[in-house]
Design a protein around this ligand. Structure first.
Ligand code: PRP
Ligand code: URA
Length: 209
């Protein structure tokens, strides 16, 4: 599939299998998602800009690499995006954070916006969008449209699970935005849920089932 990278490190696959299991409780689900977000984040931030600066070690002066340029923006698609956000912030604590509140209308599966607050300067920042589930992709497509409206250009989409239908729709709407995912699952069911999937990510993360 075009414009999609599957990050299928063995640790990710193992932790994802634990997350998928019906009996995995909320507290374990949340910890596993945070751990997986570290592993996804490692790959997704691979091309961040660096600059060298002079430092002193206890032994000598040397040139050493530091992150440079405008700070990364992490944009969480509420609610479930927050499950990936915490782990990404562990890796890049200086990142700026935005939130886009969207819920899927259960009948039409259309994404309905209820909140939008993002950092300034998005045109100059690398932007990473976070949502564990790319199902129909209606939510991710709408969120990226809103981010582009405020000028973001260098955007990546990070999810945990993606459905082939969602990847196709997202690629059509935003061919310039690469997707990074831990798994491409089989399909969507009649209610727009990813199969085999893991159920409702927000509910499993926050125990609201
Ligand atoms: C879930 C999930 C995504 C969306 C994916 O959110 O977190 O945002 O569904 O589905 P889509 O690709 O078909 O749009 P939901 O609307 O259930 O809201 P929540 O995160 O607040 O539970
Ligand atoms: N949203 C979820 O949380 N899970 C799915 O399978 C599809 C959309």
């Amino acid at each position: 599939m075009e414009n999609v990278t599957v990050i299928d490190h063995p640790l990710i696959q193992h932790k994802l299998s634990l997350m998928r299991r019906r009996e995995t409780p909320t507290n374990e689900f949340r910890v596993l998602l945070r751990e997986i977000s570290h592993l996804l984040g490692y790959e997704v931030t691979r091309d961040l800009e660096l600059e060298t600066r002079t430092i002193e070690t206890p032994l000598t002066e040397t040139r050493s690499a530091f992150l440079s340029g405008k700070k990364l923006a992490l944009i969480s698609i509420l609610r479930a995006g927050n499950g990936l956000l915490e782990g990404m912030l562990d890796l890049v604590p200086s990142a700026r954070v935005g939130h886009i509140g969207l819920y899927r209308d259960p009948d039409t599966l259309v994404a309905v916006e209820y909140y939008f607050k993002v950092p300034e300067g998005l045109p100059e920042r690398p932007v990473i969008m976070l949502d564990p589930m790319l199902a129909t992709a209606n939510s991710a497509i709408a969120a990226v449209e809103r981010i582009k409206e405020v000028g973001a250009r260098n955007i990546k989409m990070v999810c945990l699970l993606a459905a082939p239908e969602g990847i196709r729709a997202f690629n059509t709407a935003h061919p310039d935005v690469p997707i990074f995912t831990a798994s491409i699952d089989e399909r969507l069911d009649h209610h727009g849920y990813i199969v085999p999937g893991l159920g409702d990510a927000g509910d499993r993360l926050y125990g609201t089932q």
